[in-house]
Design a protein around this ligand. Structure first.
Ligand SMILES: CC(C)(COP(=O)(O)OP(=O)(O)OC[C@H]1O[C@@H](n2cnc3c(N)ncnc32)[C@H](O)[C@@H]1OP(=O)(O)O)[C@@H](O)C(=O)NCCC(=O)NCCS
Length: 385
């Protein structure tokens, strides 16, 4: 039997297809559970820190005090960007989407990385290096476009999340803000074989380098039905404008066959555990901070009710992107930076998967089922034109 007569199986969007074996994370889409290396993410959010979780995801076990200290030192050291690199970065346009800037600047960083820093034997250091560098790049972009001075003198006393907020906003965060950002980074750090992780792993499967893999992943995360959804959610809440309009908005979307941003997931067919946690923080924060975010939260609650009433039977519930934007709004972060925060966290998952996949590497080379014409004759076809 030839391939064309149907030996190939086609799974649209690779639904239900496993592309590798992994011990990094587990998603239970029926019970709404997410485990990192066997630990419930809710447990980690409650008791751990981003640095500790990053170590866990990369190395497969919780760090000792010494191991954590070493990781923190590396994160601090690797934040320093080469002077020549910074000079070129200054020539990049600033009237672009931050995710485009991030993708291009990570790709450029690859030009400055030596095999010693990011070769076959130093891939773990390269993962740590990229994790240290991404927040710097987001900060550089944002501070420059605001016409503000770069605050690259990060504090050794502050953790990764606090330093990110410090650099971005130019003043040390309050302790509650630091805690929320740290926990948000934990929640976004890993999620099995999602589209951007797959993109990173596909690139790495050709034995390409880590900067190329992360560049692919950033470009993939940017899309509005993947990581870009958090920004789109807040745009949608702005468009709705009034809690009383939420139900009508849902009706209109359904009638026009439009997606409601921040809802639905390929794996979770129940409430996304990350959305449950983010909703709680959003509620706490909007009650403290008030303002636009409070209005957005009120609209979001109405929207959630209307969507789950209409689509809950199809397994459509809020996902991680539904409440995260409201949380970031409360931290004073502009909405076009939301997806970059996702990348700042997810770089850990991307690199952990790249390292794991390369251990038993096989190049990805799926097939497409050919539906086009066969046996055309060039001269005959050309004569018809
Ligand atoms: C996440 C997402 C891409 C998953 O897509 P998927 O697994 O391919 O799901 P499908 O597109 O096959 O959708 C399955 C069904 O649910 C419906 N659906 C899925 N998400 C929906 C949404 N956000 N709003 C309305 N309907 C939705 C589809 O219309 C489809 O209905 P049908 O079976 O009657 O045709 C999709 O849910 C989506 O686009 N969500 C909005 C964007 C978003 O929030 N992305 C962030 C994900 S973390």
């Amino acid at each position: 039997m030839s391939e064309l007569s149907g030996t190939l199986q086609y799974f649209k969007g690779l639904e239900g297809v496993a592309v590798t074996e992994s011990s990094i994370s587990y998603v239970d889409g029926v019970r709404g559970k997410l485990l990192y290396r066997g630990f419930d993410v809710e447990d980690l959010v409650e008791h751990s820190t981003f640095e500790e979780v990053a170590y866990l995801l990369w190395y497969g076990h919780l760090p000792s005090e010494g191991e954590l200290c070493e990781l923190r030192e590396k994160l601090m050291k690797f934040r320093k960007l080469p002077e020549e690199y910074l000079k070129i970065l200054k020539t990049f346009p600033l009237d672009v989407h931050p995710m485009d800037f991030l993708r291009a600047s990570v790709s450029l960083l690859g030009l400055f990385s030596t095999p010693d820093e990011c070769g076959e034997n130093t891939r773990m250091d390269c993962a740590i290096r990229l994790t240290a560098q991404l927040p710097m790049l987001v900060t550089i972009f944002h501070r420059r476009r605001m016409g503000k001075e770069l605050n690259l003198d990060v504090s050794e006393k502050l953790g990764h999340a606090a330093n990110f907020l410090y650099m971005l906003r130019g003043k040390p965060p309050e302790s509650m803000e630091e805690t929320i950002m740290d926990k948000a980074l934990i929640l976004h750090a890993e999620q099995e074989m999602n589209a951007s992780t797959f993109a990173a792993v596909v690139t790495a499967s050709t034995l390409s380098d880590m900067y190329s893999a992360v560049t692919s992943a950033i470009g993939t995360l940017k899309g509005p039905i993947h990581g870009g959804a958090n920004e789109k959610v807040v745009e949608m809440l702005e468009e709705i404008g009034d809690p009383e309009e939420a139900e009508g908005y849902v009706e209109r979307c359904l009638a026009e066959g439009r997606r409601i941003m921040g809802f639905g997931h390929r794996i979770y067919k129940t409430y996304d555990p990350r959305a449950r946690i983010l909703k709680k923080w959003a509620e706490t924060l909007v009650n403290i901070r008030g303002g636009r975010a409070k209005r957005h939260f009120e609209i979001a609650m109405k929207l959630e009710k209307a969507v789950t009433e209409r689509l809950g039977n199809k397994g459509i519930y809020p996902n991680v992107d539904f409440y995260s934007g409201i949380v970031y709004e409360c931290l004073g972060i502009p909405k076009d930076l939301f997806t970059t925060i996702f990348a700042v966290a997810r770089v850990v998952g991307w690199t952990a998967h790249v390292i794991e996949y390369n251990e038993t590497n096989r190049i990805f080379r799926p097939r497409a089922i050919y539906k086009g014409p066969m046996n055309l004759n060039y001269k005959i076809e050309k004569s018809k034109r």
